[in-house]
Design a binder for this molecule. Sequence first.
Ligand code: SF4
Ligand code: SF4
Length: 343
Amino acid sequence: MKDHPTVFEALQAQGISRRRFIKFCAVTASTLALSGAAARAFAQTLGSATRPSVIWMSFQQCTGCSESLLRSSARPLTVLGAPAVSGLSVESLILDVISLDYHEALQVAAGQQAEQARLDAMEANFGKYVLIVDGSIPTAENEWWMAVAGKSALSTLAEAVSGAAVVIALGTCATFGGLPGAYPNPSKAMGVGALMDAGLIPTRTFVNLSGCPPVPEVITGALAMYLMSLGPNGAPLVLDELKRPRVFYGKTVHESCSRIGHYKDGNYANSFDDAGARQGWCLYMLGCRGPSTYNACSLVKWNEGTSFPMLSGHGCLGCAEPGFWDKTRAPDGTLTGGFYTPV
Ligand code: SF4
Ligand code: SF4
């Protein structure tokens, strides 16, 4: 295979026929609600896109975002109800065709070898790589709250961002500060977008994939959409006002919740084990933040499409929204301290 094979060439090397690839593209295009013209361009664009180099950097995080990606199964893409294509999933597509050139938790190299691997990958693909960032970035104490190999986290990130074609902030820590940013935020943790806005790192095209952790299929789906957006006929990545892909974050988890009928009828559980809760009544009075939380949980579901929190009996914690974990974004978008109290 060539040094820089296209996506289709990479799949072909693994025995994926053009017919299966075209079928997969048609299903994915309809899943992502592309127009007819955009759908026709999709196969051509995705197939001819060069296999992208991905550099994944972790800061103040718990490795949950990496775990989430690794838990993405070979389940065929069924996001938003599209029919599955046997044997070819977004997950396999992404994990097979990206070139994951640096990932601290997954790579074999450690210490100086790991540092060199990161520098080599950045140099070889300067200006072209996809930079995935998980974890928030500390800015306290002259940015030396966190340092690796004699460099502060902030300066290491700034260096990596400068050579990136696109930056993906993965998880609520990297997008909005997350748990490390909760009061009193001793490390003065910030998300990637806030650092760009403050001029602390270079400004690049960036995408937020919030969630604690993000839904695995949202991670791989967003990467597929990025691949699609490459090339002259590529479909644009449509983002919301918080820089999240609308296809995954365009609706609240409330809108597709299994309990929404009871919400509309005013049937609310008053404790997690009362008769109403057992009958699937709405958990709003128990603090569910579903009505103000935009994510794909109740559409895509977790654990290979098995379930989502409200279906399992627990309210949404609002993990995909700014202010998580110690503030709450009310339905009108305002942030309040402490947990949101429904009225
Ligand atoms: S349980 Fe939460 S998400 Fe589900 S209907 Fe009630 S308020 Fe909405
Ligand atoms: S249901 Fe709410 S808290 Fe749970 S994962 Fe989804 S967005 Fe996060």
